[in-house]
Design a protein around this ligand. Structure first.
Ligand code: COA
Length: 207
């Protein structure tokens, strides 16, 4: 399956149970500044640490370019009533392989624990499958239990521990691999216990 058509039927605005997934807007700067001040986000995403308003606007423009270049589809998670941006979820095609897409998400500290990432992921999955994605993948550090709860709550299945999978900061880090297929039920799928050689986060540094 060629995923170059995913999302091509117009910029989707997906309902996510009290919030929506929508394209980033130029005035979403406050969200990016909040993410930029959050080391848990900057160490595993492209959000630059300690961004000023110019850097935040540049990052938003990069998201628009990623859509045009078919690198993937970044969505702001926004309040369904006020449209205030509260977090991010992205569907990424680049570097994954035919028919497969990778999901990533972040929610700044002040907005966590309200089910935003969980609701966003549950909304994104059926849409991605309708668009033709044949396998969704999620890579999570072993210490990141909140993210693993989000993945499992949206029906992702634990597949295994990928040792020294990725460089984060200056270190190779293990990753837990999760996947969800179109045929998997959307019901929570609780994980297999993990063992890992790297349990804590590497020193902060944005990618
Ligand atoms: C991971 C992250 C996106 C979660 O966002 P969120 O909106 O707070 O997530 P939700 O509120 O939807 O759900 C969080 C779940 O984790 C659980 N949780 C939170 N902290 C936890 C912890 N320290 N240990 C175990 N579970 C934890 C919550 O209870 C909830 O699970 P439940 O729904 O089964 O009760 C957010 O913490 C974040 O942005 N972290 C930094 C960036 C990141 O790690 N992104 C993911 C990369 S794979």
């Amino acid at each position: 399956m060629d995923l170059r058509t995913v999302g091509r039927r117009g910029g989707p605005r997906l309902d996510a149970d009290g919030c929506v997934l929508r394209a980033f807007r130029d005035d979403d700067v406050g969200l990016v500044l909040a993410a930029s001040a959050d080391a848990a986000i900057t160490r595993v995403t492209t959000v630059p640490p300690c961004a000023d308003e110019y850097a935040a606007r540049t990052w938003i423009r990069l998201q628009h370019a990623r859509v045009v270049d078919r690198v993937g589809l970044p969505f702001a998670i926004a309040d369904a009533v006020t449209d205030e941006p509260l977090g991010q979820i992205g569907l990424w095609f680049s570097g994954v392989g035919a028919g497969r897409a990778r999901v990533g998400y972040w929610v700044p500290a002040a907005n966590r624990g309200q089910g935003l990432a969980s609701r966003a992921l549950r909304a994104l999955c059926p849409w991605a499958f309708e668009e033709g994605v044949e396998r969704l993948e999620l890579y999570v550090e072993p210490h990141n239990l909140a993210s693993q709860r989000v993945a499992e709550g949206a029906g992702f299945r634990w597949e295994g521990l990928l040792r020294a999978w990725e460089t984060i900061g200056a270190e190779r880090r293990d990753m837990v691999m999760y996947s969800r297929l179109p045929s998997d039920p959307a019901t929570p799928c609780r994980a297999t216990p993990l063992t890992s050689s790297t349990t804590g986060p590497a020193p902060a540094r944005g990618r």
